[in-house]
Design a protein around this ligand. Structure first.
Ligand SMILES: NC(=O)c1ccc[n+]([C@@H]2O[C@H](COP(=O)([O-])OP(=O)(O)OC[C@H]3O[C@@H](n4cnc5c(N)ncnc54)[C@H](OP(=O)(O)O)[C@@H]3O)[C@@H](O)[C@H]2O)c1
Length: 296
């Protein structure tokens, strides 16, 4: 009886504490930390939600896409063209930033795309393209904005990697490689930035329901082939994944903490359990589990 009463009491206390924390969290404004931000890949999906969240906080956003017109209009949104596979486009974008926003507070390297193919038939041109968009591109932007932040002793960089950095997606070899590379790069930057006043976040989302799979490059898939079977599992995952705005909520919480480090985001399994397994379970165990899971 006493135990039951205690449990009821503890639950009420916990609910009050949670409401209190939510209220504080809600009152805290990212605009106290950031006046402006760059978000790459702001035309749709996670990037659009990150931008929406920042704009709602009163932050000026320089959002990018290959076609600036595809970026949703907002008074505080500065739509920019940026193709991360094109050196001239990167140079033009950087010139625009120098003119319009000489002191960048927050850089979110989010743009990305997938190419789905068994490695033996992987489109050769996409080897470089995948690395340019998801590894070289973000690193080049960090190379420009990180030293400026260092000089000022303030700023935050968020590199959007993926759970795929830990658990490779079948038949997306260059996507996995780029994300794993980006995650390692981010950790190196975190090492170097310690004590400088700059925060470096390795943001690793699990599946989120975006149009990501619609822009995945792949050859025609036969339903009964190995490629077809794996693809249908990937599709099922994305269709039943949480909505993209949840990822922006996780990012907002992470930014408010003003801390560097790994931030996982997604369903309980992908954001909590999977990173734990990645740390403690050997690849020799994980590999057959993944093969089985994707019906390879
Ligand atoms: N959705 C997920 O489940 C998930 C999970 C883990 C990680 N991620 C990562 O999260 C990021 C966003 O994914 P998403 O799901 O939001 O994908 P998405 O809806 O397909 O959006 C991708 C964004 O990247 C931009 N982009 C693509 N190619 C580009 C290029 N060559 N140069 C510049 N920008 C380019 C696109 O802009 P335009 O096409 O308009 O130019 C678009 O704004 C990606 O890095 C992805 O790998 C996503």
């Amino acid at each position: 009886m006493r135990i039951l009463r205690f449990r009821k009491y503890a639950r009420t206390e916990l609910r009050i504490a949670q409401t209190f924390l939510n209220a504080i969290n809600h009152r805290m404004q990212l605009s106290n930390q950031f006046k402006n931000a760059i978000v790459t890949g702001a035309s749709r999906g996670l990037g659009r939600e990150f931008s929406k969240m920042l704009l709602a906080e009163g932050i000026e956003v320089w959002g990018t896409a290959r076609d600036a017109k595809s970026i949703p209009i907002h008074d505080s949104m500065h739509a920019c063209s940026l193709d991360l596979t094109d050196t001239l486009s990167i140079a033009n974008f950087l010139n625009k930033i120098v003119e319009e926003c000489p002191s960048v507070d927050l850089l979110i390297n989010n743009a990305g795309y997938g190419v789905y193919s068994p490695f033996e038939t992987f489109p050769v041109g996409d080897i470089t393209r995948q690395i340019e968009v998801m590894l070289t591109g973000p690193i080049r932007l960090c190379r420009v904005f990180y030293p400026q932040m260092l000089k000022r002793g303030t700023g935050t960089i968020v590199n959007v990697a993926s759970l795929a950095a830990e658990f490779p997606l079948p038949m997306m070899p260059l996507y996995n490689a780029s994300k794993a590379g980006l995650s390692r790069f981010t950790k190196t930057l975190e090492l170097e930035a310690k004590g400088s006043g700059i925060h470096i976040i390795d943001f690793q989302p699990g599946d989120y329901k975006t149009g990501f799979n619609d822009s995945v490059v792949h050859q025609k898939l036969q339903a009964n082939s190995r490629e077809g079977r794996v693809w249908s599992v990937l599709e099922k995952h994305l269709q039943s994944a949480p909505p993209a705005y949840r990822s922006a909520e996780d990012l907002r919480r992470a930014l408010l903490k003003q801390k560097s480090g790994l931030v996982t985001s997604g369903s309980f399994f992908q954001a909590r359990l999977a990173p734990f397994l990645a740390r403690f379970v050997a690849w020799s165990v994980v590999c057959p589990v993944i093969r089985n899971y994707y019906k390879m």
